[in-house]
Design a protein around this ligand. Sequence first.
Ligand code: ADP
Length: 640
Amino acid sequence: MSEVNVLFVEDDEDDYILTLDLINDITFEKFNITRAKNAQTALMLLNESHIDLCFLDYQLGAVNGIELLKQARSLGFNAPVIMLTGQETHSLDETALAAGADDYLVKNELTVARLSRAMRYALARRDIAYERVERLKAEADNKLKNQFLAHLSHELRTPLTAIVGYTELLIHSQSHSYLDEELSIILRNSQHLLELLNDVLDLSKIEASKLEIFLSDVHLSVMLTDIYTLMSHVAQRKGLTLTLSSDAVPEYIHTDATRFKQIVMNLINNAIKFTDVGSVAINISMCENSANHLKVDITDTGIGIAHNHLEKIFQPFEQVADVVSKRVGGSGMGLAISYKLAKLLNGDIHATSQIEVGSTFTFTVDAGETADQLFKPVAIHNKPKEHALQALPACCGRVLVVDDVDDIRKLIGLLVKKTGAKVQCADNGRHALLHLEQSYQNNTPYDLVLMDIHMPEMSGDKAVTFIKKSYPDLNVVAITAATMKGTKAKLIELGFSDVISKPVDQAEIYALLKNVLPQKNQEEKPQFLLVEDNIDAASAIKMLLSTQDVDVTVAHTRKHAEELIQSFTYQCLLTDINLPDGSGFDVINVLKYETPNCFVAVASGEDITSHGMRHKIHTVLKKPINLAALKGLVEKVRVH
Ligand code: ADP
């Protein structure tokens, strides 16, 4: 039984002893009683000690009990107070309650039962109020936590987007192949960081019931081919074999493809991680006990899990102890997330295992209505799908990239430019509107706007409503790091035609551009940028080049050349060295940064073989340039 601290504020000795006698007969709690004989002591005790319940005499010598109560309440005392009065009057009752008393009792009518009931009610009311306060506090805390997570997700994803994106770009540009290994290490680690961040976010979103599930009809063989292709590389690297067998199953299942993949890949990853020799086998079948549930078994020949650990591994942050000493990475969140995701997909995960023999993790998932489908075994297609995804589309058209973070704007701009489309940038919604207005005035409208959401001056969601009013047919796609439930639907409602999440996935951007932008005929002419300050020489070279079936844009200054490079992808740069506002080498440096694959030719009167920039130049055309030299150049560009 807990102890209830009671303060008795009573100046009359007889009244105190009489009431105390009654209280001593009450047995539902143990009471620890302190007495205060005057208002001053009472206030001090109410303020400083932990009091659960207070009896307060109405008349304390010269001081009125109600005044004392008001004072105590204003000082923050919030435990229940029962007033004791000499006689019953209705007005006294009302004043006492208004001043913050919970109940009031007439002294000469006191009985054990009455006192006991009053104390019980007062304490129960206190508990209810306390619970309510705690609940409100917890709700507020949870809201704060979610806000914090949304903010954290945005803050962390933005720099990671830049790191992952630029590293990928560097790896793909041949000019840095000597750094491939180092770059791969950076990429691997930043991707890992991103995965951990996603795990933390997933877990907290699931816990706050904020995780959104997108159900669609998913082609099982295609999805499992993706998973199998990716994971067999991981298995091979460890010298393990990954096999997939299948019973007859429906061709399509109705589920959330992303979450399904996440679960199965996590289980296969674990199987590979905790297996040193042998194999990992995936088996696909239908559940014996539920006709519309698909079953995925993942069996490994690994270290196994002790029986008493099997239940715990689905708890967040649970790892079997020797994982740490074995130095296999992991956060202990994967299975907890997979388990909760499986539940969200109307499914389940369980495991059987034997130490030193291996484990089988079984994931079952609601497959939706499958009765009218053809059942056949899953077929793994050997075509490596990555290539198809990675293929760079050849686009034209104009794209406006809007983001307040310089690095991200440039990164997205680079990706778009690589497809051949023209890019302009703006750093907030207001500037984007100005760009659009100007482009329509100049009769060079945009085909697509890629728009960040959180930006100073004017955010993306505000901007899109303006854009949609003036240019209802313009495609505006949101690029956002916000991943909370409902975000996508809200953005689409505002007028965005699609939402791409940060960090941007190259393949996703390419797929979007391929869908939205006009496609370039592959047979189109190569685009040359000619930088030559001498106007006559420039027009002569342009004319000669044009006879070779190429498109030529001319810049007479370094500044103009750099502007052109920033908004368009050229296949060849032919530049003079001495320009009125700088050097052709400066132009080459900007070009190498913006379009690393562009063919670089320098027109020069002098020998530059020993120049420090030589490694960035593919060929040097000796001035004066003739048609034969230009023909040779065009030939080289076509095979580059
Ligand atoms: P982690 O990030 O540590 O892999 P998980 O939640 O995915 O976190 O797994 C939790 C723990 O369960 C692991 O640390 C490991 O001890 C155990 N475990 C999971 N899968 C296997 C498996 N296939 N074989 C042996 N142990 C496993």
